[in-house]
Write a protein that binds this ligand. Structure first.
Ligand code: SF4
Length: 246
């Protein structure tokens, strides 16, 4: 079935993607959420003074990193002037600076900074993605937008089959449990609670295993206030590496 990108059901084409590259190629065409399409384009039309003259990406931002990753890091959604500007996840803003520096210390990132899509950053053994791929107003996607976007994450999980998923924040934690539950994974009731450092071992429909790890999100709200320190995030990625070791 052919679907046009404006169709609310367009994300269902994700199921036909045979590779991560193919998935990303379909994703960047998506216009299934009218509110988010309007917002991502409105932000691009009125850039911050410091980015005036730059051409914003203003489209869905695909995952970034290793298509054979053992560790998948799931955030919330692209930042209006970060990923929505540069076209790359966690690139060009303070959240990205904090996260990529930690990934570099953990040995997953080739360099400690993530400034532009062409800055040469390579992630090995790890991929970054989000349950919502377009920048939302106030960094707050609606439950409907999360559900509409879910087929992209569902297919990405199937194609990558990570052994560890790091959920950055409660939204990502809940989105992962919902997505895995819909795929037939055994999700305990009551659902495991999100906390920084929380671990939830989960079993898939074919007996596959995955550990969901919780971390506070790398937003400035957390990093500027000291709620999330570099050491705390480093500890999460050290644990992710331990859990994903063969
Ligand atoms: S948030 Fe997801 S489903 Fe909605 S328009 Fe963007 S890519 Fe498509």
């Amino acid at each position: 079935m052919t679907r046009v990108p404006d169709d609310p059901a367009y994300p269902l084409v994700a199921a036909s993607a045979g590779t991560v590259d193919e998935l990303d190629g379909m994703l960047v065409e998506c216009r299934a959420c009218p509110r988010l399409v309007a917002w991502r384009e409105a932000v691009a039309a009125a850039p911050r003074a410091s980015f005036r003259g730059e051409e914003y990406w203003a489209r869905p931002v695909p995952g970034l990193g290793d298509p054979h990753a053992q560790v998948l890091v799931v955030g919330l959604a692209p930042a209006a002037h970060g990923g929505n500007r540069t076209g790359r996840m966690f690139t060009g803003d303070k959240s990205g600076d904090f996260l990529i520096a930690s990934l570099h210390r953990a040995g997953y990132a080739s360099q400690p900074t993530s400034v532009r899509a062409d800055d040469g950053l390579v992630l090995t053994g790890l991929r970054l993605t989000a349950p919502v791929h377009c920048a939302p107003p106030d960094n707050a996607p609606t439950p409907d937008e999360r559900r509409t976007c879910a087929p992209w994450l569902t297919r990405e999980l199937r194609l990558i089959q990570p052994s560890v998923v790091v959920a950055l924040g409660g939204f990502a934690w809940q989105a992962m449990l919902a997505t895995l539950g819909e795929q037939g994974w055994q999700v305990p009731r009551p659902r495991p609670r999100f906390a920084h450092g929380a671990e939830a071992p989960l079993t898939g429909p074919d007996g596959q295993a995955l550990t969901l790890l919780g971390s506070f999100h790398v937003s400035q709200q957390n990093t500027f206030t000291g709620r999330l320190t570099p050491q705390m995030l480093d500890d999460v990625f050290r644990r992710a590496r331990e859990l994903s070791a063969p």
